[in-house]
Design a protein. Structure first.
Ligand SMILES: [Zn+2]
Length: 382
């Protein structure tokens, strides 16, 4: 096995990192929703704060927040972002004259800040099964699936000659997309060979409501509609059953885990060993930008599993140390989930940094992955 790193003086070169799941505008929530406003705070009360922010956004503030979020990712060693973009329309739901105005702003921000971007055009339509749509959700929603596909076509055409931009499709979730939309979205993605991302089983309530509506659990239902493939990426995958994990593995699909967001939102911890054993390709997402540290994200793919199972060093892959495997998941798998065949270059780690003193040469990557921080270790003059 080729080493994944390259030493040059006091620099260690490593494959650039990717974050396959981001909502850049949520950078505007930093510091918010961290105090008790309800007797029982949870994902759904946090979502209220996020809806308030989404409702207040203008093209100018989306631009400013996206640039800030992407700048921080670049500084932290990320070169590829999968932007799960769902704020499409004006407050109230009316489309902008240029329907893809906000998507274009987000793409421009990523390119200007030195990132490659996969704009995952999100499909959204409803508040949930037997649930009224909330006013803030009107900005996310389209009235018919053809509008989603038309916008995706516009974006595909507009960025066809820009190698740093990919376009993908993202049915938001089984909550927000009616069952009959899934098949046409899947067919379009297959026809154009697009990454297809979807929030899957982040919360127990989502599973319960999907069972009530369809008689199936979310991933079972998604599989039935023909969406699963090696281009499919299940975001979160927190509450999957054993059989759902096997379905994901058989499809050769990705699971994008977002540990710093999932812990902030109280989502729970995915069964990472089961996903690994089933052959699911793991990758990471910075998601809500609660913490911008991609090394912390990839380390949590192992350390959260230690917490969940009360064991240590929960996996080993043939010929690779856990730190190497994690780094490849955070770089190659993340870029691949976004539809890029390569990682987009190398990043330079400062091995002379205080936090790496007294570390043995042979254990340098272990120390970077399990003890390092991207914001202190990644050199930005490289
Ligand atoms: Zn998300």
């Amino acid at each position: 096995m080729q080493p994944i790193s390259r030493r040059e003086g006091d620099t260690l070169w490593l494959p650039a990192l990717a974050t396959a799941h981001s909502h850049a505008f949520q950078r505007g929530l930093r510091g918010k929703a961290q105090r008790k406003g309800n007797p029982r705070e949870n994902f759904w009360t946090w979502r209220g704060a996020m809806f308030d922010l989404a409702h207040s956004l203008t093209p100018e503030t989306i631009d400013a927040l996206s640039r800030q979020a992407f700048r921080e990712l670049r500084i932290a060693g990320v070169r590829t972002v999968g932007e799960f973009h769902y704020v499409h329309h004006q407050p109230g739901g009316q489309a902008y004259d240029d329907r893809t105005l906000l998507a274009d702003i987000v793409i421009r921000a990523a390119l200007d800040e030195g990132l490659r971007i996969t704009l995952l055009r999100t499909a959204y339509n409803r508040g949930g099964f037997e649930r009224e749509i909330e006013p803030a959700q009107l900005r996310f929603s389209d009235t018919c699936v053809d509008d989603v596909l038309r916008d995706t076509e516009t974006l595909l055409h507009r960025y066809a000659s820009e190698p740093r931009v990919r376009i993908g499709l993202a049915p938001h979730s089984v909550r927000a997309v009616p069952p009959e939309w899934l098949a046409p979205l899947g067919q379009f993605a297959e026809q154009h060979n697009l990454p297809l991302h979807m929030h899957v089983s982040e919360q127990v309530r989502e599973v319960d409501e999907c069972l009530a509506e369809t008689g199936k659990r979310p991933l079972e239902f998604i599989a039935d509609t023909g969406l699963l493939s090696a281009r499919f990426c299940a975001v979160h995958a927190t509450q999957l059953s054993h059989e759902e994990v096997q379905m994901l593995g058989r499809a050769g699909a990705f699971a994008c885990l977002c540990p710093t967001t999932e812990r902030d939102l109280g989502d729970g911890i995915a069964n990472i060993s089961a996903l690994r054993n089933a052959g699911v390709k793991l990758c990471n997402g910075i998601d809500s930008h609660i913490v911008t540290d991609p090394i912390e994200e990839l380390r949590a793919l192992e350390t959260h599993e230690r917490l969940r199972t009360c064991t240590r060093v929960t996996f080993s892959n043939s010929g690779l140390d856990p730190a190497e495997s994690l780094w490849l998941e955070g770089s190659f798998n993340g870029a691949a989930a976004c539809g890029f065949a390569d990682v987009g270059g190398e990043i330079a780690i400062n091995t002379a940094h205080e936090s790496l003193r007294f570390v043995e040469e042979a254990q340098l990557l272990d120390a970077i992955v399990f003890s390092g921080g991207a914001n202190t270790l990644v050199r930005n003059n490289a």
